[in-house]
Design a binder for this molecule. Sequence first.
Ligand SMILES: [Fe+2]
Length: 171
Amino acid sequence: MAVLRNRTTGEVISELTAVESAMKRVGVIYEVWGTDLLPADLSSRNLSDAEKQAVLAAFEPRLAKLKQERGYKTADVVTLYPDTPNLDVMLAKFDKKHLHTDDEVRFIVQGRGVFTLYPAGSKDVIDAELCPGDFITVPANYHHLFTLTGERRITAIRLFTDPAGWVANYV
Ligand SMILES: [Fe+2]
């Protein structure tokens, strides 16, 4: 389950209902889908294409519902590990404050990631550390950045309206 750290106030939130309401308050969609549906053996460092397909298949009903409700067209699985080629170059694209013209939709399968959120019209800066089972939607045009934790590994499902258009616009 996610942990929220407010850089401005020092407040740390880790209790589920408090995390849910804090995310709602700053305009970010957050849900706990859990990991029960995931295939049991996902221990390999980098998932094979077949394993990625199994992950997508496990969550297909939820993904289909989101596609229908929010107009997403495609879903994929991304894996980042310390030995991923050019990991630092890839991370450097997203560790500066930016926005996208599409929603940033992620379900965390393995590992951890931190979305730093800059809610519009607020002085708050919130680090939302996500763990396996967490689902987040950072809406289009929302200022944020993304980093990994010290273990530098994450596997996540992504949903896109237009993957070609999903680029970082620095702000
Ligand atoms: Fe982003």
